[in-house]
Write a protein that binds this ligand. Structure first.
Ligand code: NAP
Length: 259
């Protein structure tokens, strides 16, 4: 399927590996030029070179912390005003809410709520003027079904979700869409680290922890980041303009509700 976005320009944050990288790769396969971002320079530059060679698009790597104002400025000034923005960064650590200080909460809000909102603020008016914009926020299945140990994530991401629900309806008439993609368990370093932690706690091997988790999913497997990237690219397509303000779960059916 041609998504009719060849030649457009995108910013993809948190894109040196995992889900962000898969989104960058899927957009590049559609002929979209990219500014990609992560904090670690070496891995990011390697990914930029690989994507650019594979798909013959321009890929500019900006090593910066997207949760800081300086980092966002570096990313935003690295390329043309974007037609597409994919917001992504690492998730906050697990823990018990009794142990979290004001600073822990501020950090989580900065990472998973304020940073994506500031990125949206920086690009959305240009998109409105040009009458095309696609914004996708990578959030988490935890927005729909909170994970008790991930209280910082549950709280901060739900704040972003509420904000987006309002703004998406304000900009839709200009052919600018804002949607959230909610990953369940996808095979990335983040998931592997979580499983290693679980294994340690339970006194089992990481493989055993992974097998147990797979069995709890209706698909009996973890998601492949490529599947996630394809869904992201579809939401960024020219013909996806009527998908507005949605929270789309990609979790193999793990969420048990009817709606
Ligand atoms: P990942 O494999 O750890 O990749 C995270 C990417 O983001 C890396 O490229 C990392 O590179 C970059 N990054 C992290 N913090 C950043 C920052 N402050 N500024 C710029 N780049 C940053 O994680 P993932 O599994 O793809 O997850 C992506 C998001 O989805 C996370 O928020 C995660 O919590 C959420 N999620 C994932 C799953 C899952 O199963 N994978 C499930 C639910 C939710 P650097 O470290 O070099 O910056």
């Amino acid at each position: 399927m041609d998504l009719h976005i060849g030649g457009r320009h995108a910013i993809v944050c948190g894109a040196s590996k995992g889900l962000g990288r898969a989104c960058a790769e899927a957009l590049a396969a559609e002929g979209v030029h990219l500014v990609i971002n992560a904090r670690g320079r070496d891995a990011l530059e390697q990914v930029a070179a690989q994507i650019s060679m594979r798909h013959s698009v321009t890929v500019t790597a900006v090593a910066a912390d997207i949760t800081t104002a300086e980092g966002r400025e570096a990313v935003l000034s690295a390329g043309r005003a974007p037609d597409i923005l994919v917001n992504n960064a690492g998730g906050p650590p697990p823990g018990d809410f009794r142990d979290w200080s004001d600073d822990d909460w501020h950090q989580a809000l900065q990472n998973n709520m304020v940073a994506p909102i500031q990125m949206i603020k920086a690009v959305v008016d240009g998109m409105i003027e040009r009458r095309f914009g696609r914004i996708v926020n990578i959030t988490s299945g935890a927005v729909k079904a909170p994970i008790p140990a991930l209280g910082l994530s549950n709280g901060a991401r739900t704040g972003l979700t509420g904000f987006v629900a309002g703004l998406a309806r304000q900009v839709a008439e200009h052919n600018v869409t804002i949607n959230n993609l909610l990953p369940g368990p996808f095979e990335t370093d983040r998931l592997n680290n979580t499983l290693a932690g679980e294994a340690k706690m339970l006194g089992i091997t990481p493989e055993e922890a992974a097998n147990r988790r797979r069995q709890t999913n209706p698909g009996k497997r973890f998601g492949n980041p490529t599947e996630f990237g394809q869904a992201c690219a579809f939401l960024c397509g020219s013909n996806a303009g009527y998908i507005v303000g949605q929270n789309i779960l990609l979790d193999g059916g793990a969420y048990p509700g009817t709606l």
